[in-house]
Design a protein around this ligand. Structure first.
Ligand code: 5GP
Length: 180
């Protein structure tokens, strides 16, 4: 199935059923790994809100949820990242699980992880739905839970946007390269 968002065409890549099955398995793993721990899930906005919404319903252990939002200045190539909404919780001695929609170069995640590490959590792990292993610039040792490894395609849907649009699609789509 094809969809169009703005000036771009996209092909179906991952169906919601497949995504749900994978999330169920990740949930089981998290319930076992953090039994008796009361972890804090930190969703990285905006893209992670759909994934975290489904993931948290699979969590049966006591846990807390909060969010962080960062701003990257991609236009000027500076790679500068700043807080748009800082973490409002004390994370000292807590078991923290950062929830991402996608890890591409890993720059955003690196910034978020540094901020959290400064608060001395008891443990720090990352759970991402999508991971582009060929795009990541530094190894991220906290990347423990990965839904799907994908090629370096631009993807939308299930929380991920193109120019602000497409977050509402249930399935995940990849951009079709423009014909010349
Ligand atoms: P990073 O390069 O820092 O790992 O990723 C930065 C951010 O770029 C991600 O959190 C996500 O918001 C966005 N991003 C990276 N790859 C994609 C993609 O394929 N599709 C969409 N919609 N956003 C992406």
């Amino acid at each position: 199935m094809k969809i169009q968002i703005d000036d771009k065409d996209f092909d179906l890549m991952l169906e919601y059923d497949q995504i749900k099955k994978r999330i169920r398995l990740i949930g089981i793993q998290l319930n076992v790994d953090f039994e008796n721990r009361i972890p804090v899930f930190i969703g990285v906005l905006t893209g992670s809100f759909v994934f975290l919404g489904d993931l948290i319903k699979e969590i049966t252990i006591a846990s807390e949820v909060t969010f962080v939002k960062v701003k990257s200045y991609t236009g000027d190539q500076s790679g500068v990242i700043t807080d748009e909404m800082a973490i409002s919780m004390n994370l000292k001695d807590r078991d923290v699980i950062v929830v991402e929609d996608i890890v591409d170069t890993g720059k955003t995640l690196k910034y978020v992880l540094e901020k959290i590490k400064a608060q001395n959590p008891a443990s720090l792990n990352v759970c991402t739905l999508l991971f582009k292993p060929n795009a990541v610039e530094n190894e991220i040792e906290e990347l423990t839970y990965v839904g799907f490894e994908i090629p370096n395609d631009f993807v939308v849907g299930y929380g991920l946007d193109y120019n602000g649009l497409g977050r509402n699609f249930k399935d995940i789509y990849k951009a079709v390269p423009k014909q010349r």
